[in-house]
Design a protein around this ligand. Structure first.
Ligand code: M6R
Length: 369
């Protein structure tokens, strides 16, 4: 049932191009427009939404953090992403024009379920993004957009995360389309590029041997830090979470801009620091700032592991290890940038002799608060 792989996690990482393609299937028509009729929230209701709140836990929360950038950019609707376990305890402001998006692979996570119940009690509409047909979260929501990752068995979420991102982009682009925002042209272009992305995920998977080798060489380290900016920041958090749960290592993700506000003091000689570099096209200011961050940490002894777009030559002189990913629109980069981090964590866990599919102390779905 592991399809020839040693672990479900490896199988599920390998299935990502298909999972991404399957989640797009039937949702983009031949004219390149999104058709999300299955969501069954009328356009009239979606046009009235004045606030979006995303609730989720763990990896799904990281997908939600990325979704916030996409939703605010393409729809201009204010959006916040909150840990489901924090949400209902602070008396959040919700009403009939609030759209709450609950993201969950299993559809059974108690924290997320309680958050959505609270939202509905306050009169908000809830859209679930879920991978498990007929599970509790979609059953209790007003609408659902299913991810088509197929069953995810390994405790560490991989293909579900990529498909959650795809679903979030679809929701953001659809809202942009329905509301006719000024980004119409960009939306059309991104929808086209989204159709290419599963091939690009496959390309990344084909180049992972050096990442595995690097992971094995770091098996004795105690700490790995992850840095990113913009949508690269949640990617850094996700890279760190994977490493914690699989390799049981101290791993932390930071927004690169926060370095000088404290975390840079952590840098020690030969400490591995993974940096997710945004595209030099698009938001190039961010790119240049992160290149200075790489220089700063390297000057303090960090071993820099740099994930950068193909053709981005400016980073090469400061990268002790360079991991290339295909060029994508800025907001879509997490779909390709996360893959090396999954492979990295899986290989490190193996090298440290850990149980990859069933890490200690963890369960696949957390059905208690
Ligand atoms: O089933 P859910 O998506 O609601 O699960 C949420 C988290 O428990 C889950 O993503 C967890 O963080 C994973 N083990 C991370 O790999």
């Amino acid at each position: 049932e592991k399809g020839g792989y040693d672990y479900f996690m490896l199988k599920e990482i390998a299935e990502q191009p298909k999972a991404v393609a399957d989640t797009l299937l039937g949702r983009i028509d031949i004219t390149g427009r999104l058709t999300l009729d299955e969501v069954r929230i009328p356009g009239s209701v979606l046009r009235e939404v004045d606030k979006i709140v995303i609730v989720a836990c763990g990896t799904a929360f990281h997908a939600g953090m990325i979704a916030k950038y996409a939703i605010e950019h393409w729809t201009r609707i204010p959006c916040e992403t909150e840990l489901a376990s924090e949400f209902r305890y602070r008396d959040p402001i919700l009403g009939p024009r609030t759209l709450v998006v609950a993201i969950s692979q299993s559809g059974e996570t108690m924290d997320t379920l309680m958050a959505l119940r609270h939202a509905r009690e306050q009169g908000a509409k809830v859209l679930a993004i879920c991978n498990t047909n007929g599970s509790t979260i979609p059953r209790e929501s007003d609408a659902v957009l299913y991810t088509h990752a197929g069953p995810e068995v390994a405790v560490a979420s991989t293909k579900a995360f990529l498909t959650q991102l795809v679903a979030c982009y679809l929701v953001a682009l659809y809202l942009g389309q329905v509301r006719g925002t000024k980004w119409g042209d960009e939306i059309d272009t991104v929808i086209r590029e989204l159709s290419e992305i599963s091939t690009q995920v496959g390309e990344v998977l084909g180049t992972m041997e050096p990442v595995r080798e690097l992971a094995r060489s770091l098996a004795q380290k105690n700490t790995v830090l992850f840095l990113g900016r913009h949508v690269g920041y949640p990617v850094a958090l996700e890279g760190a979470l994977k490493l914690k749960e699989l390799a049981y290592m101290h791993a932390e993700g930071f927004a690169a801009g926060e370095l000088k506000h404290g975390p840079i003091a952590l840098i020690e000689d030969d400490m591995p620091v993974v940096v997710v570099v945004p595209s030099p096209r698009g938001r190039s200011v961010l790119h240049d700032k992160i290149v200075s961050n790489i220089q700063e940490i390297r000057a303090r002894g960090a071993r820099t592991i740099v994930i950068a777009e193909e053709g981005d030559e400016t980073v090469a002189p400061y990268a002790d290890h360079l991991i290339r990913i295909p060029a994508t629109p800025t907001l879509l980069q997490p779909l390709v940038a996360t893959v090396p981090l999954q492979v990295f964590a899986c290989e490190l866990a193996t090298a440290r002799g850990n149980e990859v599919d069933q890490p200690r102390n963890l369960a696949k779905s957390v059905t208690v608060e």
